[in-house]
Design a protein around this ligand. Sequence first.
Ligand code: SF4
Length: 200
Amino acid sequence: MLNFLCLAFKRFFFSFNFKVKRLFLLPVKPWYINLSFTYLCNGRCQMCDNWKRYLNQPLKLKDELSLKDYEKFFQNNKDWLSDLKHLGIAGGEPFLRNDLVDLVKSVRHALPWVSIGLQSNGLTPEKIAQSLDEIIKFYPEITLAVSLDGISETHDKIRGIKGAYEKVLKTISLARKAGVREISCGMTIQENNFNEILKV
Ligand code: SF4
């Protein structure tokens, strides 16, 4: 009960503080950031064009920020990020970048008060599990959110990949085995899947 009251008070205080600052046009520091670590994607989703981005212009991939750019950004903006509570690392598909583990390491090093969550389409279970195995060793609190837009063929159809549903289930199972304590599913609700919300 005491924990609940503390949490409610904290929420109220932060929300009040935020509204007052906005009212007087004072600068507000970010609490949550969702970072698109890459636009590279192995999905073929009906509702998103990210996966097309590098198909015709593969050289453009080189223009993405490097690990060094991110390290510099986190190190040089510690004060601006001092209220940050959570960093979501998304894509595209973030696990396609081979320096994802190093990115998590550098955030832990620069901003140790920030919780980190990874977001994935779950299409490469073994590669994802391998990265999670490494991350868990130095950051056991890592969380994972996997896209799941329906059951079986509904998910495959929306994601444009045959067998995508089975891959997501395998990813969840391997993430559990790796020791990820919090795994959630993100569902893009649309005409084709709203009747499967409860099943998901
Ligand atoms: S997996 Fe995510 S980023 Fe990739 S195409 Fe689908 S919705 Fe877009």
